[in-house]
Ligand binder design. Sequence first.
Ligand SMILES: Nc1ncnc2c1ncn2[C@@H]1O[C@H](COP(=O)(O)OP(=O)(O)O)[C@@H](O)[C@H]1O
Ligand SMILES: [Mg+2]
Length: 379
Amino acid sequence: MSRAASSSHDKKMSAISCHNIIKRYGDTQVVHAFDLDVADNEFVVFLGPSGCGKSTILRMLAGLEDISGGDLHIGGRRVNDLPPQERGIAMVFQNYALYPHMTVRDNIAFGLKRLKVPKAEIDSRIKEVSDTLGLERYLQRRPTELSGGQQQRVAIARAMIKTPKVFLFDEPLSNLDAKLRNHMRIEIAKLHQTLKTTTVYVTHDQHEAMTLADRIVLLRDGRIEQVGSPKEIFERPRSAFVAGFIGTPPMNLVEMSVKDAGSHFELSGRGGVVHVNARRFALEGRERVTLGIRPAHLQVDVNGGRDGGFSGEVQLIEYLGNEVLVSFGGDDNEISALMPSAQSPRLHERVRFVADPQQVHLFDVETGASLLRDGTPLH
Ligand SMILES: Nc1ncnc2c1ncn2[C@@H]1O[C@H](COP(=O)(O)OP(=O)(O)O)[C@@H](O)[C@H]1O
Ligand SMILES: [Mg+2]
C-alpha cells in the first residue's frame, strides 16, 4: 500500500483520546485523572521533570503498561485491552535498542518480516524510508559502525516502516551530544511536516518541547499542570511552576508585599517597587504575592526616572555572546536581567532595571496559581 493510500483513509483514524486515565503501582498512584485529546496529525509533547509520569503515560498509550483506570481510544476505538501490535503505534526509545548482529537493512525490515509482509513490498518500503532518513548508504553496515545520530535514525526508520497511525517518542535524543541533538531535532520536525503522522513525544527538555510541539502537555507529579501551544504556555503560564519551568534563562520569581493604591496595586520587595494594573490581576485582599518577570523583560533604567523597578549591585555577569545575563541584588535575593552585551554594566556597579508592566506575571504565594484575570487578552 502506498503512503498516499494508507494516509488517506478516514481522517480521524489516528486521533487519541485519553479520559480519566490513572496508573497505580500497588498502593502508589503515579498518574491522576489524565484527560487529553490529541488530534489527527497533531504533534504533542509531554514535558516535565524526571519522575512526573511522562514515560508511564506514553507506555500506557503503547500498550506496554496496563491502564489502571479510565478509557483510552485511538482512532475512535477503545484500546485499553488491545495488545501493542494491534494499536497501530510505533515507538522510538532513548536507547535505540538495535540488534547488533544484524545489518541496518535487517534492523529496519525486522518488524515487517515478522508480519510476513512480502519481500518486494519490504524492499520498496526500505527504499522509501531510507531515502527519507538519508540512510541509503548505510544499509549494509552494522549498528556499531554508525554514529549515535545515525543509530537513532535507524531506530526511527524501523518505527516508520510500519506506517504507524501514531508515533511515540520517549526522550529519543537524550543520548546524543548537543550538536547532534539539535540536528536530529530538526530532522524530526521536518519528518513530521512530511509524514504528518500523529505524534506524542516525551522530553524533559523545554527547548525540544517549544520547538517541536503543536501543543505542550506540562506534567507535574502525575498531573497535568497546563496544556497549550508553546506561545500560550510561555506567555500565559497558569502557575509559578510552569513559569519557572519554561523559558531560558528562567523567569525571576520574587515574593513581594501588596498595597492597594486604587487604580493600581503597588508591589514592593527585594529593593524594588512594581505597579500593576488592578484590572489585569485578582489581587484584592492579598498581602503578599509572587511576582514573575523574565530576565529579558527587565530594561535598564538609564536616567533613573521611570516608575517601578529593581535596584541593586551587580553580583555576576555571564557573557552569552550577543547578550549578557546580569545578576544583581543581595546574596540570596538576586534578580537576573538579560541585556545586549554592548550595554553591559560592570561588576559591583549599582544598577536599576524597570519591569515592562505588560510582561509581569503574578502568582498566589501558596498555591502558585496565576492571578491573571480570566479574559485578559494575550498581548
Ligand atoms: N514499575 C514501576 N513500579 C513502581 N513505580 C514506578 C514504576 N515505573 C515508574 N514508577 C514511578 O512512576 C513515576 C513516574 O515515572 P516515569 O513515568 O518513568 O517518569 P518520567 O518518564 O516522567 O521521568 C515515578 O515516581 C516512578 O518512580
Ligand atoms: Mg521517562
